[in-house]
Design a protein around this ligand. Sequence first.
Ligand code: ES4
Ligand code: ZN
Length: 324
Amino acid sequence: MTDFFSAIPKAELHLHIEGTLEPEMMVALGQRNRVAIPFASVEEVRAAYRFTDLQSFLDIYYAGAAVLREEEDFHDLAAAYFDRAAADGVVHAEIFFDPQTHTHRGIPFAVVVRGLLSAIEGAKARHGMTVGLIMSYLRHLDEEDAFATLDQAEPWLDRLVGVGLDSSELGNPPAKFARVFAASRERGLRLCAHAGEEGPADYVREALDVLRVDRIDHGNRCLDDPLLVARLAREAMTLTVCPLSNVALRNVASLDVHPIDRMLNAGLRATVHSDDPAYFDGYVAENYRAVAAARGLSREQVVTLARNSFLGAFLSDEALAGHL
Ligand code: ES4
Ligand code: ZN
């Protein structure tokens, strides 16, 4: 479908590349690499995509990632994503990858990054898309493991724009990663963290005060705390909101009650993104389309969301000016 929502130029800032693994590719790579997956067919994979919370999703997401083994697999995964993103009007993408999901299975860090970087070269050549890579630490693991990951990233630091923090939020507050985030910043990386997706508003505040992040992923639960909302608005902190993810993981009851317009009306710099589109049934334009229809967003509000995606991106002033 080509419509206003896919035509409007936008930046994708909240996208887990492992979350773009479509069932067809999961089955095909499982066969190519002789990795057994707990599903007999594409239909069975799709049927498993019914989630009750974040953890029920993560269990399937990590199981699916097991089919990714060779540099070529990471290339093919990302190349397919960039083609879809280009069709959705994405002109700049900052994508997360989870190195520990792969290094813990014996896949070298370099295999993952080389595959992703070659797909990024292709996206530039094929679509004129610019892409930044964000290495995301898994918060269910300890900080020492995150430090080991930062060490493995050392030869690649100039190819990364930042670090993130994802996986199981409850019980794994931002402060657990205070030292590795400080070390990441010292290496010139920008910082973001998932906060207030399932966890409380206090985790959002901790991401700001302890991790000193440049961007908050999700952030929905800030709405429980009016003082925090006022601060986020004053600081023009970008919140990368993912409507279809929120509903799929039952953090929001339905799109009809999604708070995206409440966030904009509160002066928050909210933007719309896709999170794990292969699992949540829609890439970024579909997230715009669905939430705009459900909430009756005006054209002006949609333009604001797209503009906010560039304002929140880790772009040079010059590159930003080219997008506004
Ligand atoms: C994620 Cl939706 C979500 N939340 C936290 N961590 C994640 N990793 C991949 N998708
Ligand atoms: Zn996410």
